[in-house]
Design a protein around this ligand. Sequence first.
Ligand code: ADP
Ligand code: ILO
Length: 345
Amino acid sequence: MRNYIELPNNCKSLMCKYLTPEIYSELKDKQTAYGFTLDRAIKSGILNPDSSIGAYAGDEESYRLFSSLFDPVIDEYHGFGKDDKHISDLDIEHLCIEHPDPEDKFILSTRIRVGRNLTNMPLGSAITKEQRDSVESQVIEALSLLDGELEGDYYPLLNMPKETQDRLISDHFLFKEGDRFLDAAGLNRDWPSGRGIYHNRDKSFLVWVNEEDQLRIISMQKGGNIAEVFGRLATAIKSIEKRLSFSYNDHLGYITSCPTNLGTAMRASVHISLPNLSRDMDMFQSITDAHHLQIRGIDGEHSDSQGSVYDISNRRRLGVTEIDAVLDMYNGVLSLIKAEKSMTL
Ligand code: ADP
Ligand code: ILO
């Protein structure tokens, strides 16, 4: 094993910022109980110098064993210190909001997702094929017991016709294939085995299986009724938790592969049309920054916007409750709509 690490010259990630030669030599020989190492944790950031974060955990223990690297990354991304505690709140009664766009003029659709991983299993970077297949079976079994609005079917990626897969992706329901960041992290091994999607009839409730996290539980629908989307998600999580136990601790909240998703593991987003604001990106960004929001393109992370439609979502996920995370998005969306309207006059 090397005693030093050569980081790519043009590397801009938080991993490159905080991985000093001293920290590398402190951590280089350590291994978690699942055999995960520092070299594997940083491989995605080394092979993709344009990464913003550049590191993935292989298991819950990675965050403790490699804390000299993960702690400053987590602190800079979430503003969350190494002794802070995370508190979860998925109680729909605590979300007191009105419809932000009752005439459906700006918001095309709303989606809220959380990531989850099973206790007593390594995360996707360190999982074996047998363990991944076992996760898939456990999740299918748990989902088969859902009823009412949440009742649906599981569609494995293995043997899914290409046209079906492409349609699900372009309709924003399914994850893309071949993400280079996940590839380098070892998260796409044995693809497509063990991966799949569950959805109800209306595709308003969906679960991705064994993508970046073992479960991505998703509630989505057309328009901007954020409270309804959150309510459906909270109900679904409660039902699924009766059957599956998710990896969680009081410091980092829900444990996820990427440090950006720790805590609530929640991304609450709208697809919103902002033709006026998109001509003044400085003002646009000052509003999103003030509300801790992220701007993505409409085909998901690392995609571009189309026709002045943007994906706006909460950036903070750890050290805030799920209610706070949704309120970041809600309050930011109100401000964006107000600014957009004022520019029409
Ligand atoms: P994640 O949200 O799981 O981090 P992505 O940003 O890649 O992952 O988004 C996954 C998919 O969800 C993409 O197809 C994206 O267009 C879709 N999506 C995200 N937010 C919305 C939304 N508010 N309405 C409709 N589709 C959305
Ligand atoms: N590893 C990539 C992506 C980081 C954040 N996005 C997630 C969790 N999908 C990077 O470091 O830019």
